[in-house]
Design a protein around this ligand. Sequence first.
Ligand code: COA
Length: 322
Amino acid sequence: MTHYAKVLGTGGYLPEEIRTNDDISKTVDTSDSWIYERTGIKSRRIAGANETASSMAEIAARQAINTAQISPDEIDLIIVATGTPDRVYPSTACLLQHRLGIKHCVAFDVQAACSGAIYGLSIADQYIKTGAVKNVLIVGSEICSRIVDWTDRGTCILFGDGAGAVLLGSSDEAGVLSTHVYSDGGYEDMLYCPNPQAATEANKHQVGTISMRGNEVFKVAVNTLERIVDETLEANNLEKTDVDWLVPHQANIRIIAATAKKLKMSMEQVIVTLEEQGNTSSASVLLALHEGITDGRIKRGQVVLLEAFGAGFTWGSALIKY
Ligand code: COA
């Protein structure tokens, strides 16, 4: 029997504080119009002092569990994608497992920067397809605001905080159709965030904030995503017109528009959340999926293409029949 990974439920959480472009333009030399025209972002959410990746993950996860109408004890595997874990260890997935009161499942983190949720979906799909597990909780949770240099106008305008979750369950009905994930560690210098705890005598002053050559990242992202979209459709013998929804990583509206154009899709068929959320890294695809499903745009039986690109570089896609 074929085991498909079916979407049983989704969840999302955004912290309360809203930081607008106008707020940022009070501290660095930029403007609302510059940011909006170049990125499509108007505002982003900022986590409170007491919030952590695991506390935000818990809220999104509980919502996904409730919609899926299963008990937390039925979860066999928890995967948390995050670049801003509460601790180096235990993993944020273990902390989340404890918060959910689950005792005996497998829990681990995935670190693939903005592609983390797609990596999580891919791993979950392999586990479910083989029949090894039944229910998998995947969460992307990020407090990007704590690793952003708020004096660097090239990066601080882009990122935001939030958590997205999806619960996949084994089904004989089609669900995840295919996943495609890749990495190329040769691009470290274009986008990275040092770990100050790992500093040596030689680089002891390194700070833990994001460094990025935005313009170059932009070009590689557009080309790479165009390629992965083709690969995903070919692997499933599908035409562009067979895809109902594009749920992209939310980095920049111009990157998203280029991918939609490649798919010959109108922007009406794209779930866009970045205007009010910015780039929430590994949380963004799952937050967008959650929004598209809960507001009724994405309907059961429709074909949804998820994709992401991030530091590493890492990139990937997941084609899902919802
Ligand atoms: N406000 C005003 N001016 C800004 C600015 C800001 N927030 N940030 C950069 N600039 C300036 C630059 O200093 C530069 O000035 P100069 O010409 O005097 O040197 C000019 O704008 C152009 O800079 P550039 O970096 O070429 O702009 P851009 O059009 O590429 O836009 C990004 C910058 C960051 C918005 C864009 O490159 C981007 O979104 N890249 C992708 C980043 C990304 O998605 N990363 C995450 C991947 S998961």
